[in-house]
Design a protein around this ligand. Structure first.
Ligand SMILES: [Zn+2]
Ligand SMILES: [Zn+2]
Length: 364
């Protein structure tokens, strides 16, 4: 099993929760993309199900004195072993009772008698999927002590799906724990939030990411480069390792950011149009570009703060807010072109030296 990167304190908190006499039925993992919300939810699933933490009573042993092969104790007391069947299946995403529900077809259950076209590309988690969840949790888990249902991202629950899920959270079924993941907790119903134990997942210090990569056998130079570019997001660092071209692409985008930031309105609007066009075909690429913009303005913000330049600080903060707003607009399916136009209008004008190497404070 690959060890989780960072979050030592949260891991201890989750271990304490899982071992408590009345563990929570629902947890809300709130934090930015790629910071480790899903790995932490799977870690929780291991805490509930690891055979080293929950040894089965040796059936028959008291009558016949059979010596059953002992389960290896966990390497660190209180941590899942990572080697037993449940731990391995959970790590591989193959455990039949640890289920992730995202926008798409997972657990889709049409209403009785209705036909219902498949919706693998839907943008929301639909009520038919919540129906599937309700159905599932009414039954015993296949093999788990505790079933874990991961809802990712919980802010994509459709209008009617959220209240339907709320009903299940209000009458928590046995043997089941819900993990709701989100980067935008303010988009969730207050009634859902109040049912969940909240776990704030913050960016991970660069040194922890680097150490995590080294532990995974990444060579030191690449580990340092990926950890620096990841801006507190272990998932992003792993993507940089898996696809080394991404780091080069990031460098080129940051150079382009510097050009656009120095350019006048016509060039900015051309760029906004190209973003909107690409958004139609490849949303992931545009999201990546927005992340680069965020890195660009954060670098600018640090530089401005270091030299005490108040106007530049205000400009960089406004740019970061503009990026946050454009993300919200795109989530809410606002037309992309005007949203990108507005973002480019709000960016201050000026050049910054792009830097990919500066460290973000861990709790930025
Ligand atoms: Zn285990
Ligand atoms: Zn459906």
């Amino acid at each position: 099993m690959q060890p989780l990167i960072g979050h030592a304190a949260l891991r201890r908190e989750l271990a304490a929760l899982a071992a408590s006499p009345e563990p929570p039925h629902a947890l809300l993992f709130a934090g930015p993309e790629s910071t480790g919300r899903a790995p932490l939810a799977r870690y929780l699933a291991m805490l509930f199900n690891c055979e080293a933490l929950h040894p089965a009573p040796p059936a028959g042993a008291s009558f016949f004195g059979d010596d059953l092969p002992p389960v290896a104790p966990a390497a660190n007391p209180g941590e899942p072993c990572g080697a037993c069947r449940p731990c391995r299946l959970i790590a591989e995403g193959a455990h039949p009772d640890v289920i992730t529900v995202s926008p798409g077809d997972a657990l889709c259950k049409p209403r009785d008698g209705e036909s219902h076209p498949a919706h693998p590309d839907s943008a929301d988690i639909r009520i038919c999927q919540v129906r599937g969840i309700t159905d599932l949790v009414a039954r015993y888990p296949f093999e788990a002590r505790t079933r874990v249902i991961i809802i990712d991202p919980a802010d994509r629950l459709a209008l009617y799906a959220a209240p339907a899920l709320l009903k299940t959270l209000e009458e928590p079924p046995g043997h089941t724990v819900f993990c709701l993941l989100t980067a935008a907790p303010e988009r969730l119903l207050e009634t859902i939030i109040s049912r969940c134990r909240r776990i704030d997942v913050r960016p991970v210090p660069r040194a922890d990411i680097e150490a995590g990569l080294l532990q995974r056998g990444v060579e030191p130079e690449r580990a340092a480069e990926a950890a620096a570019a990841a801006r507190g997001r272990p998932g992003r660092a792993l993507a940089f390792i898996a696809e080394p071209d991404l780091i080069g692409a990031r460098g080129r985008i940051l150079e382009r950011c510097a050009e656009i930031a120095a350019a006048g309105l016509p060039a900015r609007f051309d760029y906004a149009r190209s973003l909107a066009e690409r958004w139609r075909g490849d949303q992931a690429a545009v999201r990546f570009e927005l992340e680069c913009w965020e890195a660009y303005w954060e670098t600018g913000l640090r530089a401005a703060a270091a030299r005490g330049d108040r106007a530049a600080i205000a400009g960089a903060l406004e740019a970061l807010r503009a990026i946050a707003n454009v993300r919200e607009h795109l989530l809410a399916s606002v037309q992309a072109r005007p949203a990108f136009d507005l973002m480019l209008l709000r960016f201050p004008r000026g050049t910054l030296v792009p830097s990919t190497e500066e460290e973000l404070p861990a709790h930025a």
